[in-house]
Design a protein around this ligand. Structure first.
Ligand SMILES: Cc1ncc(COP(=O)(O)O)c(C=O)c1O
Length: 387
């Protein structure tokens, strides 16, 4: 004891991993607990990585990312959002999770405060906690029309020493998608207050009525206090590749080069080569995934949302449902029960921040047949336990 910093010593495992580790890899379980489906990354991306290995892309490269990948990201963003992002703003440190950790480290001092829009992915807490800063949450509001963030709630939650604000749109777990107008208003406020927005846009392609969700890159100028985090995991079924990027204000270019070097000295070279191919040739894949996720969402709405004990609005983006069972005593006991009796892996609501213990989260990116079986089992559990 006493060897570790107190902020590290007090870290607790998040509730998703906590339950998943108990039955990980068990073939009897239909796993809806993690943020991924059951499709292997397609051939055209795997082939690019194999080819890169055969060609000898096994060395260190630029810690901020290989030049051809940073260029490819620039072009991808231009195509998707009609924005001209200077490559000096783009860094590819490794995974999006690493980018979030770097963003937190870059912005929060000990004694300062970070604000997180909740319900939220629990790893964000941990990334903020290890900075030594304090953090609190501001909650999206639920109505039958879906989840929304009220700017007034956010204004009220900001403290004099708030330095960073984390938000994730499209949102894991709620499916909330921030509007462009909402982004503009929030950015105005954060400019005035000197708060850096850490905008997690990893689900940018998982929206159902557009090619991509609105991005802060469309409303922010080169030197606005915005760090946009994005990645390959969700858009291109590449969760195991650990590849993501961040777009930072222009004036941070030198510091980004230094930071990238000491965090991971760049992502694996051959993985980056595959990343270029995913960005350049991935549109058909994105369209296929969107169709599958839409079918998954339909099944969730048909089977779960129709249930009298469940409150659930149609998720606008991402591939999660975050249903509420009003009066549920413990989301943890609930997901443990569903796992033990029905062999379906869910994530407990409590781990997504304060106010979520009547919820559970499921990922509907699984193939439709397995998903339907899982949903029916969840309903059977709720009914047989009189919840
Ligand atoms: C909101 C959010 N941000 C970031 C990530 C991390 O993505 P990556 O696999 O690129 O680290 C996830 C993964 O589930 C996520 O849900």
């Amino acid at each position: 004891m006493g060897m570790l910093r107190a902020d590290i010593e007090s870290l607790e495992q998040n509730g998703i991993t906590g339950i998943a580790l108990t039955r990980l890899g068990d073939p009897d379980v239909i796993p809806l607990w993690f943020g991924e489906g059951d499709l292997v990354t397609p051939d055209f991306i795997r082939d690019a990585a194999k080819q890169a290995l055969d060609e000898g892309y096994t060395f260190y490269s630029n810690p901020r990312g290989r030049p051809e990948l940073r260029e490819a990201i620039k072009h991808y963003l231009a195509r998707l959002y009609q924005v001209d992002v200077d490559v000096e703003r783009i860094t590819v440190p490794g995974s999006s999770m690493l980018a979030i950790t770097m963003a937190a480290q870059m912005t929060l001092n000990k004694g300062e405060h970070g604000l997180i829009v909740t319900p939220h992915w629990p790893n964000i807490d941990r990334a903020f906690q290890v900075t030594g800063a304090s953090f609190s949450t501001v909650r999206q509001r639920w109505s039958e029309g879906g989840w929304q963030l009220a700017l007034d709630d956010l204004r009220a939650a900001v403290r004099p020493n708030t330095r960073a604000l984390f938000l994730n749109s499209p949102c894991n777990p709620t499916g909330w998608v921030m509007t462009r107008e909402g982004q503009r208003e929030l950015l105005d406020f954060c400019r005035q207050r000197g708060i850096v927005i850490i905008a997690d846009e990893v689900y940018h392609r998982t929206v159902y009525d557009a090619e991509a969700a609105p991005s802060f890159l469309e409303v922010a100028s080169d030197d606005d206090p915005v760090i946009v985090v994005n990645g390959f995991s969700k858009a291109f079924t590449m969760t195991g590749w650990r590849l993501g990027w961040m777009v930072t204000p222009r004036r941070y270019a030198t510091q980004m080069a230094v930071l990238a070097e000491c965090f991971n000295t760049g992502a694996p070279s051959f993985v980056q080569r595959a990343g270029v191919v995913a960005l350049e040739q991935g549109d058909a894949l994105v369209a296929r995934l969107r169709a599958q996720y839409r079918a998954g969402r339909d099944a969730v709405m048909e089977i779960l949302a129709a249930h009298p004990r469940i409150e659930l609005a149609t998720p606008e983006g991402a591939f999660y449902a975050f249903p509420r069972i009003p009066g549920l005593r413990s989301s943890r006991a609930f997901v443990e029960g569903v796992l033990a009796e029905e062999n379906v892996g869910l994530a407990p609501g409590y781990t997504f921040g304060p106010g979520s213990d009547e919820h559970f989260r499921l990922c509907f990116a699984q193939s439709p047949e397995r998903l339907r079986i899982a949903l029916e089992r969840i309903v059977r559990y709720i009914d047989s336990h009189g919840l």
